[in-house]
Ligand binder design. Structure first.
Ligand code: IMP
Ligand code: MG
Length: 178
């Protein structure tokens, strides 16, 4: 079936699982070469990254650690306005090469906050691997090192990404119908 219903909305298939896995393999190949002697710590951002993380890590063949964090939706106030707080990190990351694994970079707000907090904790080199990037939606510039897909500014669901909590289990990526 090419069209699916998630809650009250219709979505149509836009990136097939096979195409996703090919792109994930390409990212893994690059990381295996570029970070071979870095013993990177892969930090998956929950919940959206779980499927990407799983398929990516099966293709990583260099010594590496895996952990997951969350960016709290709680929005505390700082001098610069709202922030998203990094939670769930329970290891020392001082000097470590980090690969942040994210489902999608939209405005860049989440990744901007994440990078700032990782730097504060003394992280070494920070790389970002994202399944999807929506360049047209960007409000905060963040350096993306590994991107599987660049897409137009349309709402998507599947392969970890949700619509109001649902659709994360879909193996393909679907775009909201007009
Ligand atoms: P940001 O705007 O870059 O901070 O992205 C914030 C979060 O919005 C992402 O981590 C996703 O969880 C969510 N998001 C952005 N675009 C989409 C989409 O098209 N589908 C599902 N979730 C999205
Ligand atoms: Mg997310």
């Amino acid at each position: 079936m090419d069209k699916i219903q998630v809650k009250d909305k219709q979505f149509k298939i836009s990136i097939h699982e096979k195409e996703i896995l090919d792109a994930v393999q390409k990212i893994a190949n690059r990381i295996n070469t570029e970070l071979s002697d870095k013993q990177p710590l892969f930090l998956g951002v929950l919940n959206g990254s779980f499927m990407f993380m799983s398929d990516l890590m099966k293709r990583i063949n260099i010594p590496a650690e895996i952990s997951f964090v969350k960016m709290s939706s709680y929005e505390g106030m700082s001098t610069t306005g709202k922030i998203k707080k990094l939670i769930g990190l329970n290891q020392d990351i001082k000097g470590r090469t980090i690969v942040v694994v994210e489902d999608i970079v939209d405005t860049g707000f989440t990744m901007m906050n994440m990078i700032a907090q990782l730097k504060e904790l003394g992280a070494g080199d920070i790389k970002i691997a994202t399944l999807v990037s929506k360049p047209e939606a960007r409000k905060h510039e963040v350096p993306l090192d590994y991107i599987a897909f660049e897409i137009p500014n349309r709402f998507i669901v599947g392969y970890g990404l949700d619509y109001d909590g649902f659709g994360r289990n879909l193996p393909h990526i679907y775009t909201l119908c007009d």
